[in-house]
Ligand binder design. Sequence first.
Ligand code: SAM
Length: 346
Amino acid sequence: MSVLDLIKGGIAEAGPISFDQFMEAALYGPGGFFSGDVLRSVKGGDFLTSPEVSSLFGATLGEFVRRERDRIGEPFRLVDVGAGSGSLVTSLLDAVDVEAWAVEVSPPARGALRDVLSPDRVVGDVADAVGRGVVVVNELLDNLPMAIAVRRGGGWSEHLVALSGKGLEIVEAPAREPVAEWADRFSGPVGEGGLVEVQLRAADWVRRTLDLLEAGALVAIDYGATAEELESRRVTGTLRTYRAHHLGPDPLEAPGETDITADVNFTALLAVAAEAGASVELHRQDDFLTDLGLREVMSELRQRELALARSGDELARLQVRSQLTGAETLLNPRGLGDFRVLVARR
Ligand SMILES: C[S@@+](CC[C@H](N)C(=O)[O-])C[C@H]1O[C@@H](n2cnc3c(N)ncnc32)[C@H](O)[C@@H]1O
C-alpha cells in the first residue's frame, strides 16, 4: 500500500490529522521518505548536504571537536545524529582521532554507517549514544515534523490534512494550545493569513539531547535564520519539498516520495538551549568554518594548485581545484555559507 493510501485510510477512520502528523507519516511512517529502502543523503539522491559536497566540511569541524576535547578532556565521544550516508563522520574521523558514534532512524542509512563505524556504535536514539563530547547534527532539525499555524484575527488556527475526492487537502482548525503558544512566542509579526512552521519537535529534540549531554557541545547546522530574519518569509511560509535535487511538488501530492522541510527558526532553538542551561552561540556557516581555519586550508590549496600548474601535473592540479571548488561551495554566502550553526555548550 502506498504512503498516500495509508494516510488516507487513517484519515477515513479517525478524521483529519495535523500537519506534523502528516509529516511524520510521510517521512518516517511505513514506506516513508526516510524509512523506505532508499539511502537519501547521497550525491545521486534528493538533496546535497555540506558533507556530501566536500570532505573539507568534516575536516574543518574536526578542529572544533579537537578544541572541545581540549576543553573537557576524556572520556569523550563524537556523536553524529542523522548521520545519513556516513560522509560527515568519515571525514571527521580522518581529521581527529576520537571514539565516534552515529544515530540514525533510517534503515538504509544505518546499513551504510555500519560499513564505516563499528556496528554497535550505530544506534537509533540519542539516549544510546550521547554522553560527554560533541554532538553534531547537520540538516536534521529541518526534517522533524512541524505544525503549520495560520494567523487569523490576532490569534492562530492551524493546518489539518483532510480527505478531498481522490486526494488530500488542507483545512483549517483552531490551533492546539502548544502550537499557538510557540507561534505567539517565536513567529514575530505575521499578517492576516500568514503561515508559520511551528517547530515543537525540533525544540523537544534539542532539549532532550542537551539533557543527555553531560559535558561538551551540541553543534546544530541547518538552513534557517533568526525569528526576525524569517519575518519576511511569513506570508506563504517556508515549507517545501525536494526531489532529485530540485524543488518538488506540493507535499500532499506524493507523501513518501519527497523530502518535506522548512527553514529552522534558530531563535526558538537558542531559547530552548539557554533554558536547558547551556551557553549558546549562533553563527553563519561561512563564519564558523572560517574561524576553524578553512580559509587557511584554501590558501594552501591555492599555492599547491599553482605549483602543480607550473610542474605540468594536470591531473593532480585538477584534484586540488576540485577540493577548492568544494570549499568555495561550503562558504558561498548565498548558499551553504548562509546556513546557521547553533553551538550549545555545557
Ligand atoms: C537531510 S538528511 C542529512 C544527512 C546527513 N546529516 C548529511 O548532512 O548529509 C537527514 C537525516 O536525518 C535522519 N533522521 C531524521 N530524524 C532523525 C532522528 N530523530 N534521529 C536520528 N536521525 C534522524 C534521516 O533518516 C536522514 O538520514
